[in-house]
Design a protein around this ligand. Structure first.
Ligand code: FA5
Length: 344
């Protein structure tokens, strides 16, 4: 009997040592200490032994059972701690994961830059509604109903009844120029303002045209404001904005609300005016329209005719942002693609 117990013990110990999983060790426990195990049979049979044998075998069997139970418990704990380490081990010294922070859209950055530069030159920032009356957007700035100038801007009409009274329609504003008369009705010269804002045109889109884009208008009115003032302010602004010396030039053009009117070019920010693919080898890039405010616009605002002089310009904000950050497709701005906006 003693040999049998010793044999069971040796077998059990080698199986305990070989166990690799919780399941293995549980199987060893059932096999060697469970109800149907050979060891349990020995314990059950103790009652049938002689008193001398009982004295000798009883304590040996109980001692062996205890030893095996300890070995099994220790092995089980060891296996559990390995699993815990794999599952829950935390390195408190590891760098944390970064939280994503919100940031400004490139157009907002450019708009803020523009506002800051003009603020530093004594300009105020004025505002107007995106949904504008036909009157402010067109009629008041010398573009009455039958004016051919209206054809220059494909318009999203919100309401435009047949047989309506002139100027009573509503539009998604096509230009920030509509804020000119709105502002002048409430303010007397001298003043200088810029009007940054969103505008809409019913146009097909391509790499340089959007149906929804931003302009910023500048309007300077006083007793003796001249084209020379405009050129000086424009060159100062663009040099500051691009962080390099920029030259400006005017080419005669037509806008109903200015007389004379100009297309406005700046020296190429890529080649400095020498000629490159960005400026089609001309050294110049067109950035907007400008001119001396038409006296009809002053009259529409309630000013006395020929009393004041002023200049106005309208530039596309996206086009400036594209030049500054070398972006080749205007549609990226409103694409909602964070791979694009994250770069700013
Ligand atoms: C105007 O909108 C005039 N109101 C500008 C003006 C103001 C002239 C004051 C004289 C005095 P124009 O349609 O050319 O002009 O637009 C001005 C600028 O807006 C363009 O030079 C261009 O930079 C930008 N722009 C025009 N159409 C689009 C478009 N579809 N997508 C993106 N930018 C555009």
């Amino acid at each position: 009997m003693k040999d049998k117990i010793q044999q069971i013990k040796e077998d059990a110990v080698s199986k305990i040592e070989a166990s690799k999983t919780i399941e293995d060790i549980e199987n060893v426990r059932i096999a060697y200490l469970g109800k149907k195990s050979a060891f349990n049979e020995i314990l059950k049979g103790l009652k049938d032994l002689s008193p001398e044998e009982k004295k000798e075998i009883g304590p040996l069997a109980n001692q062996t059972k205890k030893e095996l139970q300890h070995l099994i418990d220790d092995k089980k704990m060891a296996l559990e701690s390995v699993i815990d380490e794999k599952k829950e081990w935390i390195d408190v010294t590891a760098p944390g994961t970064k939280h994503a922070h919100g940031h400004l859209h490139p157009l907002s950055i450019v708009q803020r830059d523009i506002e800051n530069i003009f603020n530093s030159m004594g300009f105020e920032i004025a505002d107007g509604p995106d949904i504008e009356s036909e009157s402010y957007n067109f009629d008041a700035i010398n573009m009455p109903d039958d004016h051919p100038g209206r054809d220059m801007q494909d318009t999203f009409w919100i309401s435009r009844e047949d047989g309506r009274k002139k100027g009573t329609g509503t539009v998604m504003r096509t230009q920030t120029s509509g804020v000119q008369v709105r502002y002048m009705e409430k303010h007397k010269p001298p003043f200088r303002i810029i009007v940054p804002g969103r505008v809409f045109r019913n146009e097909a889109t391509d790499a340089s045209h959007e149906h929804t884009f931003h302009q910023f208008e500048a309007l300077v009115v006083g007793d003796d404001v001249s084209v020379a003032n405009f050129l000086y302010i424009a060159e100062t602004f663009f040099s500051e904005f691009f962080g390099q010396e920029i030259k400006a030039r005017l080419r005669p053009s037509y806008f109903p609300f200015v007389e004379p009117g100009f297309e406005f070019d700046i020296s190429c920010t890529n080649c400095g005016g020498k000629g490159c693919s960005t400026c089609s080898q001309t050294g110049w890039i067109e950035v907007g329209g400008a001119g001396m405010v038409h006296q009809n616009v002053f009259e529409a605002a309630g000013y006395e005719k020929d009393k004041y002089q002023g200049f106005a310009w309208g530039f596309g904000l996206e086009r400036l942002a594209m030049m500054k950050y070398k972006i080749n497709d205007i549609r990226l701005f409103h694409s909602g693609d964070v791979r694009f906006t994250r770069q700013f």
